[in-house]
Design a protein around this ligand. Structure first.
Ligand SMILES: O=c1ccn([C@@H]2O[C@H](COP(=O)(O)OP(=O)(O)O[C@H]3O[C@H](CO)[C@@H](O)[C@H](O)[C@H]3O)[C@@H](O)[C@H]2O)c(=O)[nH]1
Ligand SMILES: O=C(O)[C@H](O)COP(=O)(O)O
Length: 306
């Protein structure tokens, strides 16, 4: 392990049990906290997570679901559970709307009112309130902390107790270790659960789609240094799983995100060719995996930091 990564791991790793809610409430003062759920067709799970987060009011000031173009009843059930629901097309409409997760995390900055944003995936099947309190701990304790990443054990349903995180283990971790070895101590670099200060998030570009976590982690490290990041053990996390081809496209997007940061100005091929079988024939299918970053929100006309 790179010595900086080893030192960081020892210093900046804690567990959710280190952050009792009473202490957090006392430290919070007038800091506003927004919990943001990006959601694309998460009708089966989103309401329970919203309800779980709402048990943390008044530590949490608002729960926001940003709908990424769902065709199911995600928006309806989330609103009924008590979330403020925004469709991506209605946020900063002059910027247009792009598909993918990065887009809704970026646009959330324009509707959330928090000084701290806590992102939580909307497909978790075992959400518990300590997911949020754990992530808030290092931020409420120390103003120098800018971002807190979750980590956890990741069962792969029906297959193994710890085999989840296939893109993490097969693509993101090897690439990050190679190009950003100082980040090798981050246990779950792709964790969808993380919290950060608005002042950080609005100053960084947001990579498109599933590149967003990788981009924010690298850019936070580069702009603010390793010690601006902390990580918290949340125990175990279970969620929906995508098929191998979908994970291949995710890995390709993450590779592209890293490439743009290692080789600025040098483009990589923007499509991933996969193959589909139709009866006796196999046909190539091209998928666009490289989209431009969204610019730092602070530079976007119409954005008013709250
Ligand atoms: O176009 C999209 C795709 C996903 N999501 C939401 O984003 C969250 C995570 O998406 P998911 O498809 O469940 O991602 P995973 O396969 O679990 O991918 C892991 O790795 C990704 C890449 O780093 C991270 O973005 C995820 O948070 C992390 O859980 C969920 O709430 C989705 O509804 C959107 O809002 N829009
Ligand atoms: O984070 C990851 O590596 C991907 O989301 C894949 O996760 P899974 O292998 O648990 O489905």
């Amino acid at each position: 392990m790179h010595p900086d990564a080893a030192a960081w791991f020892a210093k900046r790793t804690s567990t959710w049990r280190d952050w009792p809610i009473a202490d957090l409430q006392r430290r919070k003062g007038d800091t506003r906290v927004s919990v943001v759920l990006p959601a694309l067709d998460e009708e089966p799970t989103v309401a329970e997570i919203v309800a779980g987060v709402r048990t943390l009011i008044p530590l949490v000031d608002e729960v926001i679901v940003v709908d990424s173009g769902s065709v199911d009843r995600t928006a309806e059930v989330a609103a009924r559970a008590g979330a403020a629901v925004h469709h991506r097309d209605d946020i900063l409409p002059a910027t247009g709307s792009r598909p993918g997760k990065g887009e809704v995390l970026w646009k959330a900055l324009a509707v959330a009112t928090g000084d701290i944003l806590v992102y939580v995936d909307a497909d978790l099947t075992d959400f518990r309130p300590h997911f949020v309190t754990g992530l808030l701990g290092p931020l409420l304790e120390d103003p120098a902390t800018l971002m807190v990443k979750a980590f956890y054990d990741r069962p792969l349903l029906d297959v193994s107790a710890a085999g989840g995180g296939r893109v993490t283990e097969l693509a993101a971790r090897p690439l990050l270790n190679a190009y950003f070895p100082e980040l090798a101590g981050v246990v779950q670099p792709l964790a969808g659960e993380y919290a950060a200060r608005r002042t950080l998030l609005e100053s960084l570009p947001f990579a498109a789609g599933y590149g967003v976590e990788t981009g924010l982690l690298i850019d936070t490290f580069r702009s603010a240094g390793l010690d601006a990041v902390a990580q918290v053990d949340l125990g175990q996390r279970t969620h929906g799983h995508q098929d191998t081809a979908a994970l291949g496209r995710m890995a390709a997007t993450i590779l592209h995100t890293i490439h743009t940061r290692v080789f600025p100005g040098r483009s990589s091929w923007p499509t991933l060719t996969q193959f589909e079988r139709h009866d006796v024939t196999v046909t190539p299918a091209d998928h666009t995996i490289a989209h431009p970053d969204r610019p730092p929100m602070l530079t976007v006309p119409g954005y008013r930091p709250s």
